[in-house]
Design a protein around this ligand. Sequence first.
Ligand SMILES: *Cc1c(COP(=O)(O)O)cnc(C)c1O
Length: 395
Amino acid sequence: MNDNLPKIQRPLLGEPFLLTPGPLTTSYQVKEQMLRDWGSWDDDFRVMTKEMRQRLLELINDGGDEYDCVPMQGSGSFSVEAMLGTFIPPSGKALVLANGAYGKRSVQTLQYLKRDHVVLDKGDYLPPRGEEVAEILSQDLAITHVVAIHCETSSGILNPIEEIAQATYGAGRALLIDSMSAFGAIPLDANQTRFEALVSSANKCIEGVPGFGFVIARKAALESAKGNSHSLCLDLQAQWTHMNRTGQWRYTPPTHVVAAFLEALRAHETEGGVAARGARYCQNRDVIVDGMRSLGFETLLKDRWLSPIIVTFFCPADPKFEFEYFYVLMKQKGFIIYPGKLTDLDSFRIGCIGQMDTAIMREVVTAAQDALDEMGVIDGAPPVAALEERKRLLA
Ligand SMILES: *Cc1c(COP(=O)(O)O)cnc(C)c1O
């Protein structure tokens, strides 16, 4: 047990726990920070922005020497778009490693940005591997950047980012990482894993509220990105130079969200940083996976690829099971779960992140058991066809 971990509190207003990978359940202390107004140009707020950027750099073990942190208004996808548009020049070409909805979103973004790209699509179950990346890069010399999803939140798969980084830099290309749902809980050390830029947002593993994202990028890459961006608002290079010159965001920042995020970063440190946060999420995952399996449910992924962020379960075969009804019953019991995002199989997801611990995860399992009982579903086993489909795709 981690003694540093402040006791997880029930949400004060009795609202349900969010078992969703952001927005997620935040602490009272984080929410409380939003009761005060801040002037965006004022020194007090500039100091907050500075501390936040510094703390985020510490999480990749860069003291601000090689990398810098550029926050960007909007949800996480705004920052992904900012990263892709700022670092991939109009003459560049990307290889997108896709195995789910967020990889597809990056592809869609590149289409909007009119950036040339190719896609390695691995479906929903399998990670892109280093040797596949190396192979594609050796065949297509026009590719300048590889775009990888760290944890593909649609299935919960944890992609082998070190292997991908090695293949990318082994071929002399640059890596851009969507680490949205992994950053802060899955270690990513700049001294061990090479990358050009990564992106995450306020409302994932740092456990803040939604409202902005941030990109951690090599200073050299930021410097040479001038003029690349397709967008005034999403130009990270311009946001960076302005912020370094004035201490301010270029346009109105989400002041209250930043205040809450700073509190969340301090709590992250108190808990024991990335390692402790990741360990708590792993325990949450182990309790939910064991518990749901004991009810007959099956996970989409093999244990090896199960992330501590979110877990996908197949919907049960029993015709009495209906996801919408299950959702409502779970909500009545205090837990908001997440519908599936798979291309062709019925599934649902349970998040392991946010202000949650193993005691609460055990209550989730009990709630699922009670919900099945109320629906008259005898066991959570998936349809044989789903298992066969999985087997076929994994073969
Ligand atoms: C949450 C998330 C995003 C961003 O989603 P928004 O809804 O725009 O915040 C992007 N990529 C991944 C992998 C995510 O988990």
